[in-house]
Write a protein that binds this ligand. Sequence first.
Ligand code: NI
Ligand code: MN
Length: 270
Amino acid sequence: MKVGSIRRLERRRCFPDYDASALSGSVGKTARAWQVGAELEIIMKLTYYGHSCFSVVVGGKTLLFDPFISGNPLARDIRLDRIAADYILISHGHEDHLADAMTLAKQTGALLISNFEIVEWFAAKGLTHAHPLNHGGGRTFDFGRVKYVNAVHSSMLPDGANGGNAGGFVIESAAGNFYYSGDTALTMDMKLIGESTRLTFAVLCLGDNFTMGIEDAIRAADFVRCDKILGVHYDTFPPIRIDHEDAVRKFKAAGKELHLLAPGGQHEFN
Ligand code: NI
Ligand code: MN
């Protein structure tokens, strides 16, 4: 066994309250299989595609969040036709979070997960392989559990249709748990996430102007009790440009690790 693997197992043992066998049904069986056999499954590999688009491989399944690639000049080197997904999760109705969702859903056959109104909007366009959630509700899929949580933001769809209310996602799996804020203001509701779920990492918007800025994102990281953060929703448009070094330094001063990946960049969280 490699040293890194042992370290990951040790880390798992540090969290006796985390019990993958508590998951029900087929997911529980898979989770137990991971625990027994494949320690490398404890890592979660994240790939950043620019803006707020990223994928995380969880239990062998690829979860793709908020696909906005073809309209993002900073992601011009990303090949849309090479992107894999088993699930596509959309946080809210704005174009910079779903512009490539239809293309990628058709290309990959992925199951779309979003709020009820957004799922209905895609269904009207012929994309019916989808699962609707609404705030506070979750569902267990073959990789783990997805809960749709509060965000303070708007959600009108590109054609003016009602996109419901904006949200974020908490993912719980045998490989670990993470939170994606979507677009949001800092909100006290984030404390509920920290109280309920032990997060391995959190993906937080921090570009300011339309969402939290750096200072609020640091407070959000405190609220959700997480010190490994991937920053998203910055640099794409002039009003959300940030100073990377300054952001990383401010997180570090708060005892937190901020990752700002270039589009195409990857990081393994464990
Ligand atoms: Ni938005
Ligand atoms: Mn946005």
